[in-house]
Design a protein around this ligand. Structure first.
Ligand code: AP5
Length: 190
């Protein structure tokens, strides 16, 4: 299964991707996690990305694509993967199609987690208290939501046009949302 998970910051992409990884036994590939790991280790790429991420903006397409290409070349991706946080704009959506075409693959399905803005903000505020992620402060969150509306929302149409999109209600318990996602995927793959 080659799956793209779409949704605003706080919509539950990471939460659901972890569950989908365990359920379908495919790796969870999060460009946010890859970038945060690079920042933590202090690689040249991480040093470049740090300020951009903290401000809630998008890291450059070239950097993220190179990172993703490297990750997809690893041996555990043959049976598919759950992509979380990529693509984030139309240029990335086209780059992903081109990259996968070179590998003889394509995105099979895109799931959009739908959650209203008030709840997104409440969830991120909860995580800010619990974990203190550097970009979970109110100013960065505003910026991340704006970037989502302006740059990432068009990606939903991109996959709708390819007839690969299913929108799933992302409100409810983590388990309830997971069940909806699996139902959407399994009905497609049955
Ligand atoms: P990224 O790490 O992708 O963050 P994001 O998209 O802002 O998403 P979040 O991690 O905030 O939310 P999520 O949807 O994963 O929700 P989660 O499951 O964590 O990107 C961070 C930054 O990296 C970007 O701003 C950018 O700078 C850079 N970046 C990443 N990818 C890039 C790319 N492709 N190109 C350029 N730059 C890129 O849940 C959130 C909280 O809610 C958690 O506390 C969770 O426990 C809780 N929660 C989840 N589901 C539920 C539920 N059903 N009920 C109650 N609580 C819930």
């Amino acid at each position: 299964m080659r799956l793209v998970l779409l949704g605003a910051p706080g919509s539950g992409k990471g939460t659901q991707a972890t569950r989908l990884r365990d359920h379908y036994r495919v790796p969870h590939i999060s460009t946010g996690d890859l970038l945060r790991a690079a920042v933590k280790v202090g690689t040249p790429l991480g040093l470049q990305a740090k300020a951009v991420m903290e401000a809630g903006a998008l890291v450059s397409d070239d950097i993220v694509l190179a990172m993703l290409e490297e990750r997809l070349s690893q041996g555990d991706t043959g049976g598919g993967y759950v992509l979380d946080g990529y693509p984030r704009n139309l240029a990335q959506a086209n780059s992903l199609d081109a990259l996968l075409a070179r590998l003889g693959q394509s995105v099979e399905r895109a799931i959009q987690l739908d959650v209203d803005t008030e709840l997104l903000i409440a969830r991120i505020a909860g995580r800010a208290k619990a974990e203190g992620r550097a970009d979970d402060n109110p100013e960065s969150v505003r910026k991340r939501l704006q970037v989502y509306e302006e740059q990432t929302a068009p990606v939903i149409e991109f996959y709708r046009h390819q007839q690969k999109l299913t929108a799933v209600d992302g409100v409810g318990s983590m388990e309830a949302v997971f069940e909806r996602v699996v139902e959407a995927l399994d009905s497609r793959y049955a």
